[in-house]
Design a protein around this ligand. Structure first.
Ligand SMILES: *Cc1c(COP(=O)(O)O)cnc(C)c1O
Length: 408
């Protein structure tokens, strides 16, 4: 991994606009003309490199973003989609049909969990949810019908870390595809370099980073992406979760600053996590030595991008969590909102919001407690100032004892 730098790979790509513009031209067409009928036929059959047919299949603007994201993840190619779910669901449906089985981490994004738990059984696809941090448990769940091993690099919302190299070995041994949702850790982790077959992102989060759109991507081999886009049998082509060209052009421009943003998100989150832990709060952050997978994660990440911007604090009860979030919002420290990767800190109580698809008894079993607040730490310029202001809020609500810190 030493020689692989995802941000340098993005930077090394060069695109010019039609008139020498420093940004590529935006393709504003749903359909494309052909000079000959034969070329149209060949394009339909998928035999014509560089020809466009119809924008649900591909468009020049989307291909620019595909290439940049493939360069970032070190895969042959990629396919952007209208949302993260628009990448996840066709990918899984392309890999699995009736009678097939998926082994999935139980701590995954609520929408993905709901899709696997409630929706895919209607199509005859069964999923076993496991504690992804226990490789023996993962392997024991595999059956002759299993086709896919599914996880998130850093899980939502509990920030568990998947041992991607270990999982890749299991996947190889049983001839499964390892699909990794890397939404929480772009640049920091390069799952394909650790053995993942397919890497997915919700572009909605860090990669776009401005909370102005939803988007997604599947990064994989040319063969798999071709199958997704096949006009006769491709799940992306046939289900139609296509990203619009105007949007892919704007995501592309935001991608240009991802490395700077990730460094600042990571720096700020590390700063707050260290201090809140010292103050005695139950703090979960993969950059803390107290995190159960700290060693593992340290060995997985591209260190210059850090441990990421996601952190959780457990403040005891839902009432306290709600009061704290409302107070922090009133003090302009961040917004009570789902999603992540914004310049502003975002916070929510996952049990009642993003993970509400997960039944209460399962939430308790996986450690998703009532008082848990998930933070997506923003790009704050002076994080010490932010810390002091957050601390004041906590003292006001008796979440932290009030004597200490302000003098420290
Ligand atoms: C948000 C999110 C998704 C879904 O992405 P959308 O763009 O909202 O469809 C999937 N996985 C993770 C980890 C997410 O945070």
């Amino acid at each position: 991994m030493k020689n692989f730098n995802p941000a340098d790979n993005i930077q090394d790509l060069q695109y010019f606009g039609e008139f020498g513009g420093v940004n590529p031209s935006i393709s504003d067409s749903s359909t494309y003309t052909f000079l000959s009928a034969k070329t149209m036929f060949d394009t339909f059959e998928g035999n014509m490199e560089g020809c466009y047919l119809y924008s649900r299949h591909s468009s020049p603007s989307n291909l620019y973003l595909d290439k940049a994201l493939a360069a970032m993840e070190g895969t042959e190619t990629a396919n952007v989609s209208a949302s993260g779910m628009g990448a996840i669901t066709p990918t899984l449906l392309q890999l699995c049909g009736s009678g097939d089985h998926i082994v999935s981490s139980r701590t995954i994004y609520g929408g993905t969990y709901a899709f696997l738990k409630n929706f895919t059984p209607r199509l005859g696809i069964k999923t076993t949810f496991v504690d992804i941090t226990k490789l023996d448990v993962v392997e024991a769940a595999i059956t002759p019908e299993t086709k896919v091993l599914y996880c998130e690099t850093v899980s939502n919302p509990l920030l568990e870390v998947a041992d991607i190299e270990g999982l890749a070995k299991i996947a190889k041994k049983h001839n499964l595809k390892l699909v990794v949702d890397n939404t929480f850790s772009p640049l920091s982790v390069s799952p394909a370099k650790l053995g993942a077959d397919i890497v997915i992102h919700s572009l909605t989060k860090y990669i776009n980073g401005s909370s102005d759109t939803v988007g997604g991507v599947t990064c994989a081999s040319q063969e798999f992406i071709d199958s997704l886009k096949n006009v006769n049998s491709g799940a992306s082509m046939l289900l139609g979760p296509t990203m619009d060209s105007l949007r892919s052009a704007s995501v592309m421009k935001n991608l240009r600053t991802l490395h700077i943003r990730m460094k600042q998100h990571s720096h700020n989150a590390m700063y707050l996590a260290e201090r809140f832990e010292k103050d005695g709060l139950k703090t979960v952050y993969p950059g803390l030595k107290s995190h159960p997978s700290h060693e593992l994660y340290s060995g997985m990440i591209n260190h210059e991008y850090g441990f990421g911007g996601m952190m959780t604090l457990d403040v005891g009860t839902l009432a306290k969590a709600n009061a704290l979030m409302e107070l922090m919002q009133a003090k302009n420290l961040g917004y009570l909102a789902v999603s992540l990767g914004f310049y502003k800190t975002l916070f929510s109580a996952p049990g009642t919001s993003t993970s509400s698809e997960i039944p209460m008894e399962e939430q308790i079993e996986m450690g998703l407690t009532d008082g848990l607040i998930r933070f997506s730490i923003g790009l704050d310029n002076d994080i010490e100032r932010t810390y002091q202001m957050m601390k004041k809020c906590m003292q006001e609500l008796n979440i932290l004892a009030s004597e200490s810190i302000l003098t420290k």
